[in-house]
Design a binder for this molecule. Structure first.
Ligand code: NDP
Length: 239
């Protein structure tokens, strides 16, 4: 039997890219979403639709998902992975960076959920996997707004999980510690970036994107009546 459609946001690098490769190898048709279309296409995965969508644009997200469903059938899982982390000290950070993080990490994630949830509830089947962070469970220096967005992801995930549980829709939160990806590169403060790199070195390295992809695949692959509500994973040495 052919495998059902999975939608992955932020598949153009890091965790999303590793997850796309993993779920494609497991035989799923995919819809991959990000702004850098050429990076999605360069993955060259079979049975995969690549669409250039900014996830803050809810209508564009819904249109891409409708297009993929017309081609591959109903979406069985949405992996809300796209996110930005712009670290800064609260007294000097540009508020536009706070706005961007809340727009992408919170509103963008809700846009994805909004596009798929009614269909999943109607079909009595579906899985939403929200990629949060360990920064959605505890705070770190220079992370105020980022932590705010990720604490919000945990709260929204749990709330929506309760809302849809009786329709057999699963809502799962994946909360990684530090992972080697492009995420840190968008922070503008060189001092903060250098401090973060020192922290990674001091603890002897960080997770690989594939480690997180494996956790996502594990959670998704459980029987439909088993909902792994949350996975928090980090290197053994991370505090
Ligand atoms: P990357 O920067 O490598 O990937 C981020 C992805 O998000 C890219 O594919 C990017 O694509 C996409 N993205 C960003 N903004 C938008 C947007 N407006 N619309 C569509 N796509 C967007 O970082 P990671 O792989 O590390 O990040 C993935 C998730 O993991 C994030 O939610 C992050 O918060 C979380 N996370 C990461 C950790 C880490 O240490 N790396 C730790 C804990 C959680 P494009 O630029 O092409 O649009």
């Amino acid at each position: 039997m052919s495998k059902p459609l999975i939608v992955i946001t932020g598949a153009s690098s890091g965790i999303g890219e590793a997850t796309a490769r993993t779920l494609s190898a497991a035989g799923h048709p995919l819809l991959l979403i990000a702004r850098r279309l050429e990076r999605l296409q360069a993955l060259a995965l079979p049975n995969t639709l690549c669409r250039q969508v900014d996830i803050t644009d809810g209508a564009a997200m819904a249109a891409a998902i409708a297009e993929a469903e017309a081609q591959y059938g109903p979406v069985d899982a949405l992996i809300n992975n796209a996110g930005v982390m712009l670290l800064g000290q609260a007294h000097e950070q540009n508020p536009a960076e706070w706005q961007q993080m809340f727009d992408v990490n919170v509103m963008g994630l809700l846009n994805g959920i909004h596009a798929v949830l009614a269909g999943m509830r109607q079909r009595k089947r579906g899985t939403i996997i929200n990629v949060s962070s360990i920064a959605g469970r505890k705070t770190f220096p220079n992370h105020a707004a980022y932590c705010g967005t990720k604490f919000a992801v945990h709260a929204m995930s749990e709330n929506i999980r309760e809302e849809v549980a009786m329709d057999d829709v699963r809502v799962i939160t994946i909360a990684p510690g530090a992972v080697e990806t492009e995420l840190l590169s968008h922070t503008t403060s060189d001092d903060i970036k250098a401090g973060y790199d020192d922290w990674k070195t001091d603890m002897g390295g960080v997770l690989a994107a594939q480690d997180v992809a494996n956790a996502i695949q594990y959670a998704y692959a459980q029987p439909q009546n088993v909902c792994i509500r949350e996975i928090v994973l980090a290197t053994t040495r991370q505090q």
